[in-house]
Design a protein. Structure first.
Length: 199
């Protein structure tokens, strides 16, 4: 069943400039990505992508490397937007290296079915200005991309992930183990079903 049929969404970040599709299944070079962003580059990609040798922090357990969201790479400070009307459900700062940094989860309704959207790697200002229960409207800025010092020590980007399941907190497994991939795809649908053909 296509729950997203006839749903119109707003982009979650400005991709009006020319942008690249970034495939990290072939390797991850943070210095190269940082230089690309600092030179005005923008990129998107990554859903259901196997990313080896990228997730080395202890909380990944050396087995989680299948990416369950789309990454939008752009300069720190870039605004991010609500894709649909909804409300802020959860906020948190996952400050340790390799985690999400400042994070917001919105709750939407898709044909009366709850859908949760995680925005990870934001600025601290984003969560200072959001609180659970706050209403948001499609196209409304809900935060800004964080610097490496506040986003989990990553090159600036948005991790955008959808979930049919209430995560219960401002967190979702952004990467899963190969053995959990099939089930994860059912819980965490491809954001392109909502946002359109980004790549």
């Amino acid at each position: 069943m296509n729950h997203f049929k006839d749903i119109t969404s707003h982009p979650v970040i400005d991709l009006s400039e020319p942008y690249e599709v970034l495939d990290l299944s072939i390797g991850y070079n943070p210095a190269k990505i940082t230089a690309f962003i600092e030179n005005g580059g923008r990129a998107a990609g990554g859903y259901n992508e196997k990313r080896t040798k990228m997730y080395l922090a202890p909380h990944f357990g050396k087995v989680r490397d299948i990416h369950m969201g789309i990454d939008f790479w752009a300069p720190a400070g870039e605004p991010v937007f609500a894709a649909l009307d909804g409300e802020v459900m959860y906020t948190a700062n996952h400050a340790e290296d390799g985690n999400y940094g400042a994070t917001i989860v919105l709750k939407h309704q898709i044909n009366k079915i709850p859908l949760f959207a995680l925005y990870g790697h934001l600025s601290l200002k984003s969560i200072e200005e959001s609180s659970p229960g706050k209403s948001v409207f499609a196209g409304e800025p809900i935060g800004w991309l964080g610097t490496p010092q506040e986003n989990g020590n990553w090159p600036p980007h948005l991790h955008y992930q959808l979930s049919w399941k209430d995560p219960g907190a401002a967190d979702m497994p952004g990467v899963v183990a190969q053995q959990d991939r099939k089930q994860a795809i059912e819980i965490y649908p491809d954001p392109r079903k909502l946002l359109g053909k980004i790549y």
